[in-house]
Design a protein around this ligand. Sequence first.
Ligand code: SF4
Length: 211
Amino acid sequence: MRTQEQVNEIVRLLLEEYPEASCTLDYDKAYELLFSVRLAAQCTDERVNQITPALFARFPTLESFAEADVAEVEQYVHSCGFFRAKARDIVACAQVLLEKHGGRVPDTMEELTALPGVGRKTANLILGDVYRVPGSTVVDTHCIRLSNRMGLVDNLKEPVKIEMALRKILPPERSSDFCHCLVLHGRAVCDARKPDCEHCCVKHLCQHFSG
Ligand code: SF4
């Protein structure tokens, strides 16, 4: 495990390395981000960004999503995989947002995770990116891999345990941006199969590299 000083330095260096780190899904409205994240499950952000312009043009308002024929939404999201469940969740989520939240995406973990198809990862993303809630910690596949390799967590696999462990050590104001950095660093350097440790800006602090 890394010391708090080492953690702070890892955070500082990665934020410096990826100063523009942010969510790579394209969206204009908060509910569009919510739906895009649902579509991104078991899919790439790149693929989601290819299909959402047509989807959001066909259904330009929350009301239009709530009234949509699920079968038609399926056609738009087909290439994202698990299209039936995703289309069903999106339409149901739009209905709940209108019925229970006045058309607004809620800003609490409890309310967000009560929405159809929304788990803690999505909720943290909304809280961090839309509402800038301190401490928001998005644990995706990159975060799981990198936080274990670096030694930010001690051999944890369960996302919720990793989230709780990271919440204890990450500076709350920076945790959301830091998680975006982990995604970019995971894609660019700390690859799942073959991490490029020689060219890594935090190798001197990394548990995997130093052994
Ligand atoms: S030193 Fe290697 S294992 Fe550690 S974060 Fe960098 S690329 Fe990943």
